[in-house]
Design a protein around this ligand. Structure first.
Ligand code: HEC
Length: 121
């Protein structure tokens, strides 16, 4: 009887796991990218459209797409300093963060789309 119970639980779990994995694939295909929300996060430190007004945060517009992608990859692998900064959203301070944490929260497709956006602002 106990064995049947475990078998039934397993039967329920298999589709759940398969569904979870599909979610990851969907994100990698760019279907789950919320670009405006991501841009807003970047703007908390990099300023409106990446035109930073802070001395401690670089401007992003005008940099080639490939250069922006490369910089984010360097933060992703902790090859550059990860200075903690406090973002500001609508005049209010957000939670302190650093670029390595930001880079590690992004998917490949998100990095690509953000680089294309900020490069041309
Ligand atoms: C908490 C503040 C903060 C947030 C949020 C943030 N950044 Fe940064 N970013 C920085 C700081 C500070 C640097 C400079 C770090 C250094 O050079 O040591 C930087 C550097 C960069 C660089 C390298 C620029 C260069 O020319 O050297 C890129 C590209 C970049 N950020 C993109 C982004 C993107 C895209 C987002 C949004 C997903 C983002 N950043 C969110 C603070 C932030």
């Amino acid at each position: 009887m106990l064995k049947i119970k475990y078998f039934l639980i397993l039967l329920l779990l298999v589709p759940a796991i398969a569904f979870a994995q599909q979610g990851v694939v969907a994100e990698d295909l760019g279907q789950a990218v919320d670009l405006p929300a991501l841009i807003k996060q970047c703007e908390g430190c990099h300023g409106p459209k990446g035109n930073s007004t802070r001395d401690d945060v670089p401007k992003l517009p005008g940099k080639p797409v490939a250069k922006i992608e490369e910089s984010i990859a360097q933060f992703y692998y902790y090859e550059r300093h990860c200075l903690t900064k406090t973002p500001e959203y609508d005049g209010k301070e957000g939670n302190p963060m650093d670029m390595c944490a930001v880079a590690n929260s992004l998917s490949k497709v998100e990095i690509q789309e953000l680089a294309e956006y900020f490069s041309t602002q």
